[in-house]
Design a protein around this ligand. Sequence first.
Ligand code: ZN
Ligand code: CU
Length: 485
Amino acid sequence: MATLTNSSPPYDTLLTGGDLIDGTGHRAYKADLAIKGERIAAIGDLKNVRVREAIDITGQCVAPGFIDTHTHDDQACMSVVHMEPKVSQGVTTVVVGNCGVSLAPLDLPATLPEPINLLGSRFDFRYKNFRSYFDAVASSNPSTNVVALIGHSSLRVAAMQDVDRVAQPGEIDTMVQMVDEAMKAGASGLSSGVFYPIGSAADNSEIIPLVQKTAEHGGIYASHMRNEHDDVIDAMDEVFEAARRGGSPLLISHHKCAGARNWGRSRETLELLDSVRKSQDVSVDMYPYDAASSVLDPELIDEATPVLITWSTPHPEVSGRYLSEIAQEWDCSNSDAARKVCPAGACYFFMSEDDIERIIQHPSAMIGSDGLPMDQHPHPRLWGTFPRVIRKYALERGLFSIEEAIRKMTSLPAHRFDLHDRGTLRQGNYADLVVFDPATIADRATYENPKQTAAGVNFVFVNGGLSWENNTRTSTNYGLLLRHE
Ligand code: ZN
Ligand code: CU
């Protein structure tokens, strides 16, 4: 790194000699890029400009910072403010509040219902409304930008005495008001997780009024659908209806066809998606791995699906081990062992690579890590998702160009979440940037050893501030809370 010492240089940082991948899907091209303050100030041949700091990145690529569309960083963005698992991959914006679970509006009792416990401990749930949650995020100085969804299950816990039934009209009114408050405070949409017990009693008569209120404020509806196994088509129809009648764009979360007997059915689901996309604004997100990860549900255990324990309250010593090994050691069935280690988290190896490849190529498919930052032995997607899309699916498997991989991780989600001045390399946009070496970029996190930074991610800028340099985080955080307007 060379430091030039001219007086009052017009630019703060200059990246010279790199290949620019602008996020739109267009071919990479050679140009210099200058940053001033929080913004991209100029792009072009900038050899002779005055600058505070010039970085020669010949041979490397510059892309917009990655937008992680599906996270559970609601608490982590405040308590683990450096967010190393994300920044180290080149992620500069995270979307929190997915799968129906958000920290606000909740003020919770001693025992946290699953899957709300994925987000943190009960002491973290003290945000009675979105305004107070947003104030806390904004003042916590996170290292990435934060976009937030309202979790439908959290609304249920806040508004209902008994979540085992569909909400009554008065409770729906309360939830609608909560959505209104959250959207006015700057939330970007609503998420549901009717797959999980605390959301599953809800049907569309409860959800549609909430989607309607979200749509009034221009927000989106994201859903962890009721079923990703045998009944995936019915589950898709349910969310299509909610979004259509509620009037909002739809985002199907972590789309998959789970369970060996459903392998290959992404042909069917994507065909349905394409036909619905003719009349409705629908997209999907996904993570590039064949194992899912969530709370451990003994009901989902069969003897055929390998299951890796990611945390366990009664048996923390088993995290990082396979359930079948534990069952063998304890001389019991897999499901008995699962019951013994609960409450716990797990990775379920129940997807086929063939479906992953088909879904990731879909033009609407964005990338969401779904990483669980509080897990003791997390799924590797927490640390590896974005470099893995480039290394494995673009460069090794050749499913699409590197430019298309970048589009899926930048301009596509920026458009989906109305981030108007992010997601592309354009003069005047915020300088959320990742500089990587295409020859070496790769995920290093594995199921055995998941807490590993990626290779080849050399510099990351968040709002113009250098946040990651040569495999080390810098000492200052530059992330912003991004309120939807
Ligand atoms: Zn989910
Ligand atoms: Cu999720």
